[in-house]
Design a binder for this molecule. Structure first.
Ligand code: ZN
Length: 136
């Protein structure tokens, strides 16, 4: 028998790994200790957080492979599927595309997700990166 710490009755769809927790800390700028405490108490929306981590991973991978056409979209989704123990790449795709904006565009410089409209205006950069070009 596996030693499972069943602190709460509510089923948790996702278990956050140490790696996930570290990523959540950097996404939300919350200390690891606090996240861990909340997680131990079962107070976190693990599904939402897991999805955020997956979206963040996707963003980072896409940025890392943007000049590497040998890495197909499918291979990126497979990597995420494996890493996060998701059943299918279709599910990963749904998580990643879970946005009102179907056109997933990422800033060429920092990787932040931006709208298609903004990308067209700025040539693919987010407002933050654009603002850095304004010298005062
Ligand atoms: Zn940017």
């Amino acid at each position: 028998m596996q030693q499972n710490s069943k602190k709460r009755e509510t089923p948790v769809k996702y278990n956050l790994t140490e790696k996930d927790i570290k990523k959540i800390c950097s996404i939300y700028h919350i200390s690891e200790l606090e996240i861990k405490k909340l997680n131990d108490f079962g107070l976190l929306n693990t599904e939402l957080l897991k999805h955020e981590v997956i979206r963040q991973d996707y963003k980072n991978i896409k940025l890392a492979v943007k000049d590497r056409p040998e890495f197909s979209e499918e291979s990126v989704l497979l990597a995420l599927k494996r890493e996060h123990h998701i059943q299918s790449t279709a599910e990963v795709r749904n998580i990643v595309n879970d946005s009102t904006n179907k056109n997933m565009i990422f800033c060429k410089h920092c990787g932040t997700r931006i709208s298609l409209k903004l990308a067209k205006t700025t040539g693919g950069y987010c407002n933050d990166c654009m603002s850095e070009q304004i010298k005062l």
